[in-house]
Structure formats: structure tokens, C-alpha cells
Write a protein that binds this ligand. Structure first.
Ligand code: UD1
Length: 364
């Protein structure tokens, strides 16, 4: 079974890697990496491939940045060419980026079966581009691999029949467990001179936080206040860096206690998360990783497509105005709480392989 594994943006690499390594173990599977090039900065792309033990992708589409339509359309056109030259038995897309919906649509139109990994997540917020991508990708997929029961329920509510839904677990936890020994040895905490100290870690890239000057100013000022409590390591996403510069807000990045860096490769970044006292983020993956590790997480969003992290884990939704107060409550509360969520166990890739053993899914 020739299986295209599509990746495009930073979080995709962590989702594809465990599956690629698993499929390489099976004689019936021939995994093929397709990189759309949505993320092209070495810090967001090449370093991750190396970290995750992935080879250079067989197909590089080189799409880069653009408006939503430019990016989505560009990927569709480029991937359609790949599909006709190298017809796979299955196209696997992951997560919720523009490239995922683009490749799912291109494949579905030429009758190549599509599987969606991390299916069924919903924030209910259609102002998020990622939410549109989730809904459309799941509608197109012949097989929806979900991480949790509430994802299955979301799909059922949208009329996706049960035979297209397979609950396999959380693939991000596979990456974490696969690389845990290297993460523990990575030494990033020492590199920032934070050994033996309490510190926080922050990431920020969502349009709702970084695309408007007022919103970005409010969240950067809130991060500055947090950094006044204890050191806060903040690897800055290119989108956030670009906007801070354009809006004249770069001075907010030199607040006392704020330790600003370029985006960090996965292993180096997770070394920080393992020892962090707390995380502040608007990322989806970090809400899950902190839940799994028991690190308190303050999420700068009005909603989350990963509600289980709030219900069972350490995650709490905050605004720029409530962030510091929530942090103080968290710091006062003390000890870590470890959540145990079914199928978040590092064996998701193996369950996916099992679900494919009998052959690719039939048409919808
Ligand atoms: C994308 C995904 C988002 C995911 C995030 C992870 C969509 C709609 N969004 O957001 O779901 O959580 O990736 O990081 O697919 N840029 C660079 N170098 C790069 C990539 C981007 O400088 O390698 C800059 C460009 O100026 C670009 C901007 O960042 O315009 C935004 O990039 P884009 O790919 O549109 O979305 P992300 O914000 O990264």
C-alpha cells in the first residue's frame, strides 16, 4: 500500500513522524513523505525533520506563504500533479492547516482514498481558519482517526457514519514518548541558564492574538507582566515576530524577565516544557503535551478544540486581562496534576497501522 503522508507546518512533523516510523516496520506499507512547504523557515521545518529522524521528503511542493486562497489553491494544484505522477493507494493528512484541506480535496477529486489523523476536533469557532479546515477535511475523509471520545461525538453530530470513524488516540504523545530520552538530555534549560530555577515557557502565533496591533500589544504586555513573576522563555514564531516589527511593538519583547529566542526545534523546546513551572500558549499541541506531563497551561484563547485538556488536564482558558491573576492562582495551588487520558499512551501509530492492515478504506 503506497501511502502519502502529507506535512506542511511545524505541528504536522510531530504527527507524521511516529506514523512514518511505524509504517516502515510493515512489509505491506510503503510510506512516502510529501512536504507542501507551507512552513519553510529552517527553524520551523528542517530542524524538525532531523529531530524526528525523518528523511528528506520524496515530494517537496515548495508552496510557501500567501493568503488562505493562494496557499490552499497552490497546494491543490501542486499536489494534483504529484497524485497523477505517483498515484498512491491512500493520502494521509494530519491536523488542521491549509495544506491538509488542500491535499484532502485534491486526492478526493481523483478518487484516491483519504485518511485524516487528528480528526473530529472542534472549537465551534468558525472565525478560526483552522476550524474551517477541520470541518472540510473530516467531511472529505474516508477514514477519520480520532484522539478522544468527544471527537467521535463531534463527527457523529455532523453526520459522519460510524464506519468512517476510528478512535486511535493522540499521536503527539507518540512523538513525545518516542523522543523522551533525547528530550530529557537536550540541555535547553541549562542553555538559558535556568537550571534549578522556576520558569515559564510561552508560545504565540494565532491570528486572533497576533494579527491586530491592539491584540498583539495586549498579549505581549501580559507576557511582560508574567515575566515579572519569574523568567519566561518565549521562542517567537515568525508570524508573531513579523507582526511585532510591523506594528512597532518589538520593544515589548525586551521586558525584564522575558527570555526571547528564535523558534526552537521540537526536542530542545520539549526539554524546557518538561521542567517548566507553567506554560502560556495559544497552540493546540502544547495544550495536549502539558496535560500529559501535568504542567499547568494557560491558554490565551476564548475556546479550545481540545476541551478534554480543560476537563481532565491542567489547561485553563484565559485572556490578556486574566492571565496574570490565573497564573498567581496556579502558582499558589502548587503541585502538578497528572491526567490519564485513554489512548494517550504512545501507541497511536501502532493502532493506525492496525486499522490499515486490511487495505485502504473504500470510497465514501
Ligand atoms: C499555520 C497553521 C496553524 C498552525 C500553525 C503552526 C493554517 C491556516 N495555519 O499557522 O493552524 O497552528 O501553522 O505554526 O494553516 N512564515 C515564515 N516562515 C515560515 C512560515 C511562515 O516567516 O516558515 C510567516 C510568513 O510571513 C507567513 C506567516 O508566517 O505569512 C504565517 O504563516 P502561515 O503558514 O500562513 O500560518 P501560521 O501562522 O504558521
Amino acid at each position: 500500500m503506497r501511502i502519502h503522508l502529507v506535512m506542511a507546518a511545524r505541528p504536522d512533523f510531530m504527527k507524521v513522524a511516529p506514523l512514518w516510523h511505524e509504517l516502515c516496520l510493515h512489509a505491506w506499507a510503503e510510506p512516502v513523505l510529501v512536504h507542501t512547504g507551507q512552513h519553510y523557515d529552517p527553524s520551523l521545518s528542517d530542524a524538525l525533520l532531523t529531530d524526528l529522524g525523518l528523511p528528506r521528503p520524496e515530494h517537496m511542493l515548495g508552496i510557501g506563504s500567501g493568503t488562505h486562497a493562494e496557499q490552499t489553491g497552490g497546494v491543490m494544484i501542486a499536489y494534483e500533479r504529484v497524485l497523477s505522477a505517483d498515484r498512491p493507494d491512500l493520502t494521509v493528512v494530519v491536523g488542521d492547516v491549509n495544506s491538509s484541506v488542500a491535499c484532502a480535496l485534491a486526492a478526493a477529486k481523483v478518487l484516491v482514498p483519504v485518511a485524516h489523523l487528528e480528526a473530529g476536533l472542534r472549537s465551534g469557532d468558525r472565525t478560526m481558519p483552522d476550524e474551517i479546515n477541520r470541518v472540510v477535511t473530516d467531511a472529505l475523509a474516508d477514514l477519520c482517526w480520532t484522539p478522544s471520545a468527544n471527537a467521535d461525538e463531534n463527527l457523529a453530530r455532523e453526520g459522519i457514519p460510524p464506519e468512517r470513524i476510528r478512535r486511535v488516540g493522540n499521536i503527539m504523545i507518540d512523538s513525545l514518548e518516542m523522543l523522551r530520552p533525547r528530550i530529557e538530555q537536550a540541555g535547553t534549560v541549562g542553555r538559558f541558564a535556568l537550571e534549578g530555577r522556576e520558569f515559564g515557557v510561552a508560545t504565540l502565533h494565532r491570528p486572533s492574538n497576533v494579527d491586530a496591533p491592539e491584540a498583539l500589544e495586549a498579549v505581549l504586555k501580559a507576557l511582560g507582566r508574567v515575566a515579572g513573576r519569574m523568567p519566561l522563555v518565549f521562542p517567537v514564531h515568525p508570524r508573531t515576530r513579523k507582526n511585532a516589527r510591523a506594528f512597532g511593538l518589538e520593544k515589548l519583547l525586551s521586558a525584564p524577565g522575558l527570555v526571547v529566542s528564535e523558534p526552537l526545534p521540537y526536542v530542545a523546546f520539549m526539554n524546557l516544557v518538561l521542567s517548566a513551572r507553567f506554560a502560556v500558549t495559544d497552540s493546540g499541541g502544547l495544550q495536549e503535551e502539558t496535560t500529559y506531563l501535568g504542567v499547568p497551561c494557560l491558554t490565551l484563547r476564548r475556546n479550545t478544540e481540545r476541551p478534554i485538556t480543560v476537563e481532565l488536564g491542567t489547561n485553563r482558558l484565559v485572556t490578556a486581562d486574566t492571565l496574570v491573576e490565573a497564573l498567581d492562582e496556579n502558582l499558589a495551588a502548587g503541585a502538578r496534576v497528572h491526567a490519564s487520558i485513554p489512548l494517550w499512551d504512545g501507541k497511536t501509530a501502532a493502532r493506525i497501522a492496525e486499522s490499515l492492515r486490511g487495505g485502504p478504506p473504500g470510497g465514501a
